[in-house]
Design a protein around this ligand. Structure first.
Ligand SMILES: Nc1ncnc2c1ncn2[C@@H]1O[C@H](COP(=O)(O)OP(=O)(O)OP(=O)(O)O)[C@@H](O)[C@H]1O
Ligand SMILES: [Mg+2]
Length: 300
């Protein structure tokens, strides 16, 4: 039966006595769940992840990983986690193979198992062909993939990855998504942060939007999307003057996004706009729309 793999209660973090990075974050992640933290720059995602990863002390509140307290039992927590920090840099003299294989070995895996785990992880991030090149000679994205491979190869029970796919191309990103979902299928628990909304929608079982150090939305991607009362958007190229005041409109240069309640209203609006000789397209709202609405208001 699944159990609570990560729990935090009223977690507070103040840097230097004045910067309130976390203002009481309560998050619970079940074993076998991929949980994503979304939030604007400076929201507190890295701070949260680093506290859970025992790299940073909370100012107040407590958190447990697999039942171990992240402050009092940090050593035990570290035995069960693998972390990809936001600013992870691969050391130049090591190869991707070193990263994947030795991380697995460090976790006490027998050599044969570590080799197998390293091979699978490097294949997952499409780095197996480059496994023996020193990291100094790899591209930025390839270096990042070497670090991700080390976390995957570790087979840790809880993985914490802070924007692992930033700087990765779309193909590599999907390789990482697939590997993360494989880990979840094996019962691992994953805490992820990202700014890529498609990623959050594709890989998460559950996500939280964090803003100014507090959680402002929490649930499955679908449930969070339901939080906006507008369910459709119409993108119009050119200026239309005769919109009912009730519509929410976001201006993006020569384009406008008009948010409406439902599909009928969206199609009606498209017809009207097309009659005026302008271009218009209707689509259901995205997680990105909801995110922008929740953290900034879509008119700000
Ligand atoms: N070492 C530090 N000293 C002082 N303030 C800090 C420190 N680290 C982070 N902060 C501040 O704490 C807040 C949260 O930062 P954090 O790195 O957790 O944000 P984030 O959500 O990860 O942002 P990003 O999306 O840009 O990575 C920010 O206001 C940041 O400026
Ligand atoms: Mg961060």
């Amino acid at each position: 039966m699944a159990y609570e793999a990560v729990a935090s209660h009223n977690l507070l973090k103040t840097y230097g006595g004045s910067v309130e990075a976390l203002r009481g974050v309560a998050i619970s992640i079940q074993q076998g769940e991929l949980f994503t933290l979304l939030g604007p720059n400076g929201a507190g995602k890295t701070t949260y992840l680093r506290i859970i990863a025992t790299q940073l002390l909370p100012t107040k509140g407590d958190a447990e990983v697999l039942g171990y307290d992240v402050v009092e039992e940090a050593k035990q927590v570290r035995q069960h986690i693998a972390v990809v920090p936001q600013d992870a840099a691969a050391y130049g003299n090591y190869t991707p193979w070193d990263y994947a294989y030795y991380f697995a070995k460090l976790r006490g895996m027998p050599s044969a198992d570590a080799k197998q785990a390293a091979k699978k992880a490097l294949e997952d991030v499409e780095l197996f062909g480059l496994r023996n090149r020193v990291c100094a000679s790899l591209s930025g994205g390839e270096k990042k993939r070497a670090i991700i491979a080390s976390a995957l190869a570790s087979k840790a029970e809880v993985l914490m990855l802070d924007e692992p796919t930033s700087g990765l191309d779309a193909v590599a990103r999907r390789g990482v998504w697939s590997a993360l979902r494989d880990m979840v299928r094996e019962g691992k628990t994953i805490l992820l942060t990202t700014h890529i909304m498609e990623e959050a929608e594709m890989v998460s079982d559950r996500l939280a939007i964090i803003h100014n150090g507090t959680v402002i939305a929490d649930g499955s991607p679908d449930r969070v999307k339901q939080m906006a009362k507008e369910k459709f958007r119409v993108v119009v190229r050119g200026k239309i003057n005769s919109l009912p005041a009730a519509h929410d409109v976001v201006k993006l240069g020569d384009k406008q996004i008009i948010y409406v309640s439902n599909e009928d209203e969206a199609l009606e609006l498209v017809r009207k706009v097309l009659k005026k000789g302008l271009n218009a397209e209707a689509a259901p709202i995205t997680l990105e729309d909801v995110f922008v609405k929740l953290v900034g208001g879509w008119n700000s």
